[in-house]
Design a binder for this molecule. Sequence first.
Ligand SMILES: [Zn+2]
Ligand SMILES: [Zn+2]
Length: 412
Amino acid sequence: MIINADFHIHGKYSMATSKNMSPITIAPQAKLKGLDLVGTGDALHGKWLQIIEETTEETSDGIFSLKDGLTDPEEGSKEETKEVSQNIEEKGNLESKFILTTEVEDMKRVHHVIIFPSLESAYNLRGKLKGNMDADGRPRVRMKGDEIMELAHDQGCIIGPAHAFTPWTSIYKAYDSVCDCYGKKPDFLELGLSADTDMADMIEELQDIPFLTNSDAHSAWPHRLGREFNKMELKELSFDGIKHSILNKKIHSNYGFDPRLGKYHKTACSKCYKKYEIEDAIKMNWRCPCGGKIKKGVDYRIYELSKWKKPHHPQHRPPYIHILPLAEIISLTYSKGVTTVFVQKIWKEMVHKFGNEINVLIHAPLEEIEEVDPKLKIVINAFRTGTLHIESGGGGKYGEIMLEHNTLDNYI
Ligand SMILES: [Zn+2]
Ligand SMILES: [Zn+2]
């Protein structure tokens, strides 16, 4: 069985997260993105666990499905969910399933992703970690990485570093080796939006570690949820199936951003986002004249950690397929905001016609896209042929896609 899975999102109790982030909204939205399985996020938070128990049921070991007949979402998401629910009635059960996951921050401010086998294991780990598990969906734990790993493994969980190369809260911000954090190799490593396999396979110690690509979404907007995901080969859809697939390196492919689009790809100021060459950043003592801190880019951090001049892909490493959120492509095509009704309407039309977003982006014949939207076809073609221009992100600002000059001339 082949599935698409995104293991790292945040629920509504995490800081700076949409109030709509609850299972009832996430499940249908994730399916429209083409995800079969999505992490619950925040599975150590008491109220979030309660919501998961109220709105979902365990349909196979460690896998949770939305209960039937749920139509009363949180205030503010009613319209959207109603619309999606209507689609569900039309098209049968179109909801993604869930697996229990969380992100935690350790005492060195390193972020880790944990995937749980059961509700019981989540409640158990919640009782054992030192810190207030209910202060935020992503709790701060007063323990070191190796201690957290040991407790997680005792509960049958798997664990690895989140967005491993970013300049604020990642393992390679705090350490030069993953083993310095865990005392051994983690079960997986999450690449984060600012890195891909070509970059991470520059680092020798990562050769035998499977990579995950997850969205870290804080909202269910289609340009956030599932913007990175893993295509996986499973024996069965269960926690054991997932664990086996990850530990035995059966990930079929990683789908994710061109790393230049990530927020931390280049070295840049975290306040005014001006990009800096590394020598200049050092000379200026990592202080921008605007008063902001200059943060080291993921590209340079990986260069520092690498002895090699080019990537060494181990045999088990799956292909990494660069994708962009379709909503951003539509937004670019029509110069309208990505969350506007206009863009969302076209997004839904395309997704309904072709089944899901990945089909529109990668598989749908251009002639068929042209029949629906000739202007959009030109930009999707530019995406497929790699002729979209990308302005790299850095310092906390996402990279931007731009059209080459003249691309849409016939339409202006
Ligand atoms: Zn994080
Ligand atoms: Zn600045």
